[in-house]
Design a protein around this ligand. Structure first.
Ligand code: PEP
Length: 253
């Protein structure tokens, strides 16, 4: 059975005190996670150690970084390596978020290097893919996403792929209030799973968790998560409000 995951991406928001409060509020909400359900919190780098200390004795709760360097170590001022993230207790790392692709010009090839270094250091990548609006309008989103998968993931072995989570995040839905319909999300998730099956076989495809991201909120999470190929969500804005994030987690099937 594949994991069902709700991951919160705080992006560049909150002070340390606000982040601490948010995690404490989530932990105190009395969530009863079922077997195979996970909650992931992706904090800014400076808060990772503190967040780990808050999350660590709570089964089902995991820590993520929002980015990782594409180089192993050395003279890369301002970068944070996979080995460093592992050393402070990080479990997951978001790779290829559309904001990183757009504002920091991260290429599919650079993302492939980040994935390799993450896996080599025992971190699980949450690999983001998804099309911009003009591609959706031209109805070429499947080709677009297939290329992202091919160029950043398909060099991995089937064994390595087991530690990768995929997040489908249509760029036109991120932070815009526009959400993909449950039908649009399901269609793309089923397409992604079919691509993984074609490359790695049916077993591998059935095992990979595919999260939806893009203006998910308590009011639409249930319908999105009810789709058979949607295994949870990567949540931006709504992960900053404990009550909303908790309500979304409670919609996991
Ligand atoms: C995200 O940044 O990954 C995201 C899905 O953001 P939002 O939920 O705010 O659209």
């Amino acid at each position: 059975m594949r994991k069902k995951i709700v991951a919160g991406n705080w992006k560049m928001n909150l002070t340390l005190a606000q982040g601490e409060q948010l995690i404490n509020d989530i932990l105190q909400a009395g969530l009863k996670l079922q077997d195979g359900q996970e909650v992931v919190v992706a904090t800014p780098f400076p808060y990772l150690l503190k967040a780990k200390s808050l999350l660590k004795n709570n089964p089902g709760f995991y820590l993520a970084a929002q980015n990782v360097a594409s180089e192993k170590s050395g003279a890369y001022t301002g970068e944070v390596s996979a080995e460093m993230l592992k050393s402070v207790g990080v479990d997951y790392v978001i790779i290829g978020h559309s904001e990183r692709r757009e504002y920091f010009l991260e290429s599919n090839a650079a993302l492939a290097k980040k994935i390799d270094l993450s896996l080599a250091n025992g971190l699980k990548p949450i690999f983001c893919c998804g099309e911009p609006l003009e591609i959706r309008k031209a109805e070429t989103q499947n080709d677009y996403v297939a290329k992202q998968l091919e160029e950043s993931l398909y060099h991995l072995s089937a064994e390595q792929l087991k530690d990768v989570v995929i997040a489908y995040e249509p760029i036109w839905a991120i932070g815009t209030g526009l959400t993909a319909s449950a039908g649009q999300a399901q269609d793309m998730h089923a397409f992604i799973r079919s691509q993984i099956a074609a490359k790695y076989g049916r077993e591998a495809a059935l095992h990979v968790s595919i999260l939806y991201g893009g203006s998910a909120k308590p009011s639409n999470a249930e319908e999105l998560f009810a789709s058979p190929d949607v295994d949870g969500g990567l949540i931006g804005g709504a992960s900053l409000v404990a009550a909303d994030f908790v309500a979304i987690i409670q919609k996991l099937a």
